[in-house]
Design a protein around this ligand. Structure first.
Ligand SMILES: [Fe+2]
Length: 312
């Protein structure tokens, strides 16, 4: 908890500072100074994070690189960040992305009022995400890959890069299967084929998941509910739960659908061996315009090509 003191610097706690561990970054809140939260942000190797001035949320947002090799990208221009250099994200109109060539540490100073609320919400969501991970047959890496690739495809398609859109997308993608919490474990883990009745129950994970998002105490998760609800819809209208077609399906959900299907194909499951990447790509191509949004398949394959088809 935050403790008030007579000094201007407010320490968050004497025993261990609040910490948020995400797959790409770890953030430790150090304290508050003149309305700014000071935090140590560790960016993991080969990961990235995005920062951006957002009038509605963060009035001030700066990053000083303390150690590590980092490149920053803004408006398509990429360069190395010097040690000790302070990047004022609030001075840019566009999103600023930081890429960790090695593990790297920043001192982050950010509008305390808005950031603390965001930080503690994230901490709560992280706990819930860990609960989903503990569901059998379901791994942290799965959710994490879906989230990262969904964001990459979104950016590749030149969709809005503002913080709020990306946060909604990130958590919608991360929690796409949150409704599986409501499906009996015997059905989730059944090694053989599901009966018609069991399949009907399994399909409710979309609507149940959307309900969890809409009723969540973190208000803005409502904005991500449609991603969870529509991630099994098909471009040709033969999906579930509503049989939406083409542009009736949100782009966010259409992206999660492609990335999720690809991840499922390339991962070993109790009832099947993983497909080789090339075969999974062929499956995506075969499903273009029927199961999948063609624009999304093309974007995703371009991204995979740019990574020499390395996945995971
Ligand atoms: Fe699902």
């Amino acid at each position: 908890m935050i403790t008030q003191s007579k000094k201007s610097f407010v320490n968050y706690s004497k025993e261990g500072n609040p910490t948020l561990r995400l797959s790409s970054v770890e953030i430790i809140l150090l304290g508050r100074w003149k309305g700014l939260s000071n935090a140590l942000l560790t960016l993991h190797k080969n990961q990235f994070f995005m920062a951006k001035y957002n009038e509605e949320r963060f009035k001030s947002e700066t990053y000083m690189l303390l150690e590590g090799v980092v490149e920053m990208e803004v408006s398509g221009y990429r360069r190395v960040v010097e040690i000790g250099e302070v990047i004022d994200a609030s001075s840019y109109k566009e999103t600023v992305s930081f890429y960790g060539e090695t593990e790297a540490t920043f001192l982050m100073k950010i509008d305390a009022e808005a950031y603390e609320e965001h930080f503690f919400e994230m901490q709560m969501l992280q706990k819930e995400a860990e609960e989903i991970e503990s569901l059998d047959g379901y791994t942290y890496h799965h959710c994490d890959r879906i989230k990262n690739y969904t964001i990459e495809v979104w950016k590749h398609l030149d969709m809005p890069g503002d913080t709020q859109s990306l946060i909604v997308l990130r958590w919608g993608a991360y929690f796409h299967d949150v409704g599986k919490r409501m499906v009996p474990i015997e059905i989730l883990n059944k090694p053989g084929k599901l009966t018609a009745e069991e399949w009907k129950i399994m399909k409710t994970h979309t609507t149940e998941g959307a309900k969890i998002m809409r009723e969540h105490s973190v208000e803005w998760l409502k904005d991500a509910a449609h991603i969870v609800e529509q991630h099994h819809e098909r471009h040709d209208g033969k999906g579930y739960p509503y049989g939406l077609k083409g542009n009736e399906i949100s782009l966010e959900a259409a992206i999660v659908s492609v990335v999720d299907a690809f991840d499922a194909m390339t991962t070993d499951r109790p009832y099947k061996k993983a497909y080789p990447i090339k075969e999974a790509v062929d499956e995506l191509k075969a499903g273009k315009g029927t199961q999948f949004n063609p624009k999304v398949v093309d974007a995703f394959i371009e991204i995979l090509e740019s990574k020499q088809f390395k996945w995971k």
